[in-house]
Design a protein around this ligand. Sequence first.
Ligand code: RDZ
Length: 292
Amino acid sequence: MPSPRRTIEGRPLGSSGGSSVPGSPAHGGGSGGGRFEFQSLLNCRAGADPACARLRASDSPVHRRGSFPLAASGPAQAAPVPPPEDARMNLNPSFLGIALRSLLAIDLWLSKKLGVCAEESSAWGSVRPLMKLLEISGHGIPWLLGTLYCLLRSDSWAGREVLMNLLFALLLDLLLVAVIKGLVRRRRPAHNQKDMFFTLSVDKYSFPSGHATRAALVSRFILNHLVLAIPLRVLVVLWAFVLGLSRVMLGRHNVTDVAFGFFLGYMQYSIVDYCWLSPHNVPVLFVLWNQQ
Ligand SMILES: CC(C)=CCC/C(C)=C/COP(=O)(O)O
């Protein structure tokens, strides 16, 4: 017969003798301390043991506020030992904590469900090449090289000004995404294949999606600075949306990476618009250009 788990005092846990020695599992000092305390509390019968009474008195939020009669009676009250902060958080998770954990669980579940072309053998594996083409259409390299090429070929000042700002927007986007990815360090989904074209070191992380930020930024930029017929404007918005969706379908990202990416890209355009580079506010850029 397996022997019952014992505390460092030699009394079995879960009967009536949960120890509250700091650093012991029952006190929450070891890994998973909150769970041990919770088990001890469940197994305690009211008034059966002073140690149990001490645990109840120090753990419950009601008792901590001092409004429970047991907390004010009995010899164990002489030196109540408060549990460590992390153990209290395990027992009393905040509303925000529960909401965030639920959102994360829904995010992971939905992202896995939507990752229908993460592999060739996946349900929609046959459209994977098309998704990868979309991936290249939102990659930083073609956008940077394309903008630089157009800038060098442009023969109008108005065109140069717009392209100079697009270049600034693309560089700002790369910088902000790299900083946030480096800070958050959220791993890409487990079902992602590591076959992405030309990545930076931070691109092993997934939050936020760089393709989604670029899609939102560039499409807002184009809609504001190019005169396009309505069908083309719809196409631009559609491209941005499908590009974001394809990130999840390819298994590169979770839904929240893309949603935040869209939000960030949208806000980045506002920054670019606010700091708009022109011969009036940054004459040096345009004077240098004139001298070439
Ligand atoms: C090397 C350059 C200039 C850009 C990297 C572009 C890239 C690979 C971004 C990662 O995008 P996701 O975060 O959407 O996977």
